[in-house]
Design a protein around this ligand. Structure first.
Ligand code: AMP
Ligand code: MN
Ligand code: MN
Ligand code: MN
Length: 292
């Protein structure tokens, strides 16, 4: 009897459409070369890479799930919420993302004004020109600081200027988590709480309360496999998923190979089984926006 080969997926990948190093089609080629069966491109607050990624994936025989990673506010926390099976042409999504881009520009300009007061002059237009259609943010400003030799490394750009406790940092205006979940569901998608192990809650009870609350707001899944999660975090979060009836997702949070933007190891060491995608697909909400 032959046992069918197990299939593996990666549901958390970034490209040049946000702060990833490689173009969407290149990321798909890398995923195919690693023998993955299905992937999702989940750029920060943008769907700009999805068309190119999907056509490359189709050409490579790689199953493609249109995705996104959206930033959201929850109390004093900043969360990242992944959206899967989203319809990028839906006007509600397009409008929500356009508002976020406007907010990002205003915030980038404020950070650049602060840098200028600190004696570091950055050409914002040059950054925008170099990254057309990208959701520009701190990583792009950090790269520019390296390029102009104002800092010697990506980490130094954050420790000296851009990190959450550094002087040029300006917080982003972000929609609430409930709002983001509502947007994702409204365009036929499933929302998954990204890398919960990175949320700095004061207790496990606070995290559990947050997850329950997000579940009530329509969260469908939680990312348990992520390079930032060690074994005990993984177990804690898997328990929360089970307790609150959430599906599980996972991915590498791939940004680039071997540099500071990479979280963890690039493509995940712990593999994500294909069955998780089948469960997600089966749980898709019936979208009011989708013609029947
Ligand atoms: P933004 O969305 O503009 O606030 O940028 C957030 C991104 O900046 C994150 O996804 C990381 O890629 C990067 N980042 C934030 N804080 C740090 C840090 N302390 N060190 C390195 N990268 C960071
Ligand atoms: Mn990122
Ligand atoms: Mn994230
Ligand atoms: Mn990510």
């Amino acid at each position: 009897m032959t046992v069918p080969a197990r299939r593996w997926i990666d549901l958390h990948l970034h490209s040049t459409a946000s702060d990833g190093r490689y173009a969407p089609s290149k990321v798909m080629e890398m995923a195919a070369a690693r023998g993955l069966s299905a992937v999702s491109l989940t750029d920060h607050d943008t769907t700009a890479g999805l068309v190119d990624a999907e056509s490359a994936a189709t050409r490579l025989g790689l199953e493609f799930v249109p995705g996104i990673e959206m930033e959201a506010e929850y109390g004093h926390h900043r969360l990242h919420i992944l959206g899967y099976f989203i319809d990028p042409t839906n006007t509600r999504l397009v409008e929500a993302l356009a508002r976020m881009v406007t907010n990002r520009h205003a915030r980038n300009e404020e950070m650049i004004a602060r840098l200028k007061r600190m004696g570091v002059e950055i050409d914002y237009r040059a950054i925008c020109d170099r990254h057309p259609n990208a959701a520009i943010g701190r990583p792009h400003i950090a790269d520019e600081l390296i390029r102009m030799r104002a800092v010697s490394s990506f980490q130094q750009a954050f420790s000296r200027y851009l990190g959450n406790d550094a002087p040029a940092y300006v917080p982003r205006v972000a929609p609430t988590a409930a709002e983001v979940i509502r947007i994702i569901r409204g365009v036929g998608g499933i929302a998954s709480l990204a890398h919960p192990g990175r949320i700095r809650t004061s207790s496990q009870l606070e995290l559990a309360t947050m997850v329950r609350d997000l579940g009530e707001a329509g969260l469908g899944a939680i990312e348990i496999l992520h390079p930032d999660h060690n074994d005990s975090t993984l177990k804690l979060i898997a328990d929360l998923a089970e307790r609150f009836g959430l599906l599980t997702t996972g991915g590498s949070d791939f940004h680039t190979l071997g540099t500071a933007v990479t979280r963890g190891t690039g493509f995940a060491k712990r593999r994500v089984p294909y069955e998780w995608l089948e469960r997600l697909r089966a749980a898709r909400p019936v979208s009011p926006a989708r013609p029947t």
